[in-house]
Design a protein around this ligand. Sequence first.
Ligand SMILES: [Zn+2]
Ligand SMILES: [Zn+2]
Length: 135
Amino acid sequence: MITGGCLCGALRYRAGGEPLLQGLCHCRNCQRMSGAGHVGFVCFAEDAVTVEGETRSYASTGGSGATATRYSCPTCHSVVFGRAEVMPGRINLYAGSLDDTSQFKPQVAIFTRSRPPWDDSSRGLVCFDTVPSSQ
Ligand SMILES: [Zn+2]
Ligand SMILES: [Zn+2]
């Protein structure tokens, strides 16, 4: 079981079972959203995740040309999870929002073509210029 939520605690989630994929996304949108060189994501099937609390959403066009929607807490503005049009039925929990961040075990790094030189977090991971499977 993975639990987590926003900074103020009003937006919470829990997810059961094993994540489908864990990794770092270095795309420019994740950088602008987070203020960091990447966002860590833990991908689950939507059915496995229960969200409690209000969300605001913001949709933007991702590096692949498809829409990505990010969900934040209306009170504290933490961005907690996201969905991508290219990954239907999946939800990406952002690793920084986990209650126990040691549960995050990244395997891959995506959009490393946008990785800034000062962010070496993806060292040792399987890296993809954009996304796996020639998107
Ligand atoms: Zn909050
Ligand atoms: Zn990204």
